[in-house]
Design a protein around this ligand. Structure first.
Ligand code: HEC
Length: 269
């Protein structure tokens, strides 16, 4: 998935004049909504309680290395009483919501970035379409991948919802499908890459159309069409608002298998 394009679709961009800015709002606040309630801490409070590590890593949206001031996201979640979450939703000021399994916090070494080049709240603007966006107050970055297909870095992030995916989106689960089969693999892809814009059984994002209610997409679109559409919608419509995916043909077929399976498990309509 092209993170850049995805973000430009949903971003309410803030135009910036200078090449590097220091955010106006002093002492930004991070909120974590967990199963046991909501907690908010200011950047100063986080800095006084957590160890900062400075790391240099390629920002996928800028395509160049940036030296970030970071906390370990695992430390942040523990401090804010959400260390045992199963899934995380990163909420961003532009309305973007990114879902990720909490296991990725460790495997991708996710970190909460709060500034650049040793200066808290200093940020390089991020290109979003034709405009530049100030990524403040926080960016969730990965210390070990800059591949947006693995993890697209949520910027302008100010709230983390620590949830159990199965509790928040129960009707999107392919209940009854073998855990290691095509349908389950397709669901894993759908959940990471499509759910932020599309709902299934009316649960999920609202940027794109619902894909199961009242008719499942596979009931009125052919497999051939879906394969091509999911690969690159702009083959059909100029200015399609859905970005091209970077899925392999096998992954695309797995997503289609998941969607077809859900057609036999309609709920919530
Ligand atoms: C950034 C938001 C976004 C993401 C991510 C996204 N879509 Fe879409 N999708 C849309 C929008 C918006 C439309 C409506 C058509 C258009 O203008 O692009 C759409 C349309 C569709 C359609 C209907 C096409 C038709 O004409 O019947 C399908 C099927 C679809 N998307 C599948 C997917 C799948 C599968 C994924 C994940 C691999 C995905 N989309 C990811 C926004 C998105």
């Amino acid at each position: 998935m092209n993170a850049f394009l995805t973000r430009s679709l949903v971003a309410v961009a803030i135009l910036l004049i200078s090449a590097s800015v220091i955010a106006q709002t002093a002492n930004p606040v991070l909120t974590v909504d967990g199963e046991r309630g909501s907690q908010s801490l200011s950047l100063d409070a986080l800095r006084s309680r957590l160890e900062t590590r400075e790391i240099e890593v390629v920002n996928p949206d800028l395509g160049r290395p940036v030296r970030y001031l970071t906390f370990s996201l695992a430390d942040v979640l523990r401090l804010m009483d959400a260390g045992d979450a199963e899934d995380l939703v990163f909420h961003c000021l532009d309305g973007y919501e990114a879902n990720t399994a909490a296991a990725n916090v460790a495997t991708l070494d996710l970190r909460l970035a709060y500034g650049e080049d040793g200066v808290p709240e200093r940020w390089s603007p991020i290109p979003t379409g034709k405009t530049m966006t100030d990524p403040a107050p926080f960016i969730v970055i990965s210390a070990n991948t800059s591949d947006p297909k693995t993890f697209s870095w949520p910027f302008q992030m100010n709230r983390i919802e620590a949830i159990s995916f199965a509790k928040k989106f129960p009707l999107t689960l392919p209940t009854g499908a073998p855990a290691d089969g095509e349908v389950s693999r397709g669901f894993a892809v759908f959940r990471e890459q499509c759910l932020k814009c599309h709902s299934v059984n009316l649960q999920g994002g609202e940027v794109g159309p619902e894909l199961n209610i009242p008719k499942n997409i596979t009931e009125y679109r052919s497999t051939g069409f879906l394969r091509q559409w999911i690969h690159d919608p702009s083959q059909f419509r100029a200015r399609a608002r859905m970005p091209p995916t970077q899925l392999t043909p096998v992954e695309i077929d797995e997503v289609i298998a998941y969607l077809r399976y859900m057609g036999r498990h309609k709920q919530g309509g």
